[in-house]
Write a protein that binds this ligand. Structure first.
Ligand code: URA
Length: 234
């Protein structure tokens, strides 16, 4: 048995206070009758809950785009550091987790969801999902260095990195790098392998998902229907 407000919250309908408000306004019905009592006990397996006339998804899958700021670690819990989930403390949904990791000092696009299947699809080494980063380097990256990066470099692992895509930007010491793997500190190690260092790193995209630059650093928003469709979760 679960309280109605908790059930709606876990299903991603809204924060606890938002769903209480929706209930008060008569937007929620249980087994065909409008319910205005947020602490009504539900049997999740039997009771039929509608929000604004639409069935509430029992699986409660939620998808958020976070503009990760530096200083947060990509984990669900940590004893020492703040985690990216601290930035989503208010977000509706249960068992949220980041899809993959960005280093503590890396900024940019991070998908946060409780859809384990999607997470697996995006992170599986076999799927070769493109990840594009804006990279600022200590030294200018020459055309020769770009070719090395594009062909694959030895970063001390068993195998060299897979072919990547490099776009040198007109601003010196800045480039776009697209990789299809997700090895530990991969971009930083690739830059070291060609003789320079990363001084700033920001992820701009992951597969079809592109960072919404109107999203202030440290903020999140639910994915749009279009973004979800592009990820194949609709
Ligand atoms: N590569 C890195 O080195 N760091 C990141 O955070 C992401 C990719």
């Amino acid at each position: 048995m679960t309280r109605l407000d908790k059930y709606l919250c876990d299903a991603g309908i809204g924060t606890r206070s938002e769903v209480k408000n929706y209930i008060k306004k008569g937007r929620v019905s249980v087994n065909g009758s409008v319910v205005k009592n947020a602490d009504l006990k539900l049997n999740e397996n039997k009771d039929h809950v509608l929000f604004d006339g639409k069935a509430v998804s029992v699986c409660g899958l939620v998808y958020y785009m976070l503009h990760k700021p530096a200083g947060y670690i990509s984990a669900t819990k940590d004893d020492r550091d703040q985690t990216v989930l601290d930035l989503l403390a208010d977000a509706p949904g249960k068992d949220l987790a980041p899809v993959g990791r960005l280093d503590k000092d890396t900024e940019g696009l991070l998908l946060i969801t409780n859809d384990g299947a999607l997470s697996h699809r995006l992170l599986s080494p076999k799927k070769h999902v493109d990840k594009t980063y804006l990279v600022h380097t200590k030294d200018p990256v020459t055309a020769q260095m770009a070719t090395l990066l594009e062909n694959g470099v030895d970063i001390g692992d068993e195998k060299p990195t897979l072919p990547a895509k490099v776009t040198l930007l007109s601003e010196t010491c800045q480039l776009l790098l697209t990789i299809t793997e997700g090895r530990f500190h991969q971009v930083k190690r690739m830059m070291i392998a060609v003789g320079t260092e990363v001084v700033y790193l920001k992820r701009l995209s992951m597969g079809p998902l592109v960072l919404d630059e109107t999203l202030p650093k440290g903020s999140f928003r639910p994915l749009t229907e279009k973004e979800k469709a592009e990820l194949g979760v609709l």
